[in-house]
Design a protein around this ligand. Sequence first.
Ligand SMILES: Cc1ncc(COP(=O)(O)O)c(C=O)c1O
Length: 368
Amino acid sequence: MRVMNFSAGPAGLPLPVLERAKEELLDYAGTGMSIMEQSHRGKMYERVHNEALEAIRRILHIPDDYAVLFLQGGASMQFSQVPLNFLSKGNIAYYIVNGTWGEKARDEARIVATREDTFAIELASTLEASTYTRAVDWKSLTVPSNAAYVHFTSNETVHGIQYAVRAGEALPTFGGTPVICDMSSDMMSRPIDVTKFDFIYAGAQKNLGPSGVLIAVAKRSFLASGTKSLPKFLQYRTHDDSASLYNTPPTFAIYLVRHVLSWIEEQGGLTAVDATNRTKAQFIYDAIAAQPEVFHCPVAKNSRSLMNVVFRLPTQADEERFIKEAQGHHMVGLKGHRSVGGIRVSLYNAVSTSDAKALAEFMGAFRL
Ligand SMILES: Cc1ncc(COP(=O)(O)O)c(C=O)c1O
């Protein structure tokens, strides 16, 4: 029996994707072996690889002057690789920090900045450095003219804070300053205009596939502006020049990403996926609002994430009982991040509307 998986990541994968992989596991397309046992330079794998890249382009409407890359080391590697490539002496990097992941990205940039004799600056999102309850109002920011780039996290997975959720709101842009976005926990969950960005990155393990591969979408002219005084592997151009086959890529992960992308297209693409994701989140936020004496969401209404709904119960003991009883109903992955506690409901693409509804009903029946 499959459980209802509300984990923050690695997250559940769509059942049809797993079934297809299971069917193909021992004998991929009549080759007598699985895809992960084949050469990454062979025709069979090459096709899978290119289909995955093409599907990303198709789904996100990515123009030719943008590269799509498969990279390794997760989003955490990007926290260092981005400043290593794009920070140079005399420049600053401008980090908008709305939570844990933005902090981590900024902290890595600081290390690089010190090393490179440049400097990075930060912007804290709230008055209390450790409590993130609303997204920085990016429209009020003035980015210095010597900023090499602005970096932000579109969805803060730990704190449940997301940009541009309400109708009419846009993701941050800053005139001519390059914009870099960690989209790890909401890429492929909604339509975006990639041409507003210079560099987007996301680990696959939330909305796109299993862990082990990171997807980057980047303006080629921006990649070309990166320093050449880095080991080749750390320069993005190396991966663009070799279609992400410079070295052995995580072939099985990319194969599964391809399946997930097919599934997204079968759902009707990102407009349809976004509509479903909104319905799912509404179920949970409505269940929170319906019992204010039981549930409390600390995030300001206009910053509430569609991907990670966080809330508290009056005591830690109540929260532990909530998690335990939910588990009895085959609902798992609800424990908040260890740094903040509480409950976190992650509603990535593979979580079905019926699973979100079932959880909302369970919440509706929950009593202190
Ligand atoms: C927004 C965000 N950025 C970065 C990371 C770190 O990703 P990785 O573990 O792939 O390095 C995560 C992981 O949950 C995340 O949610």
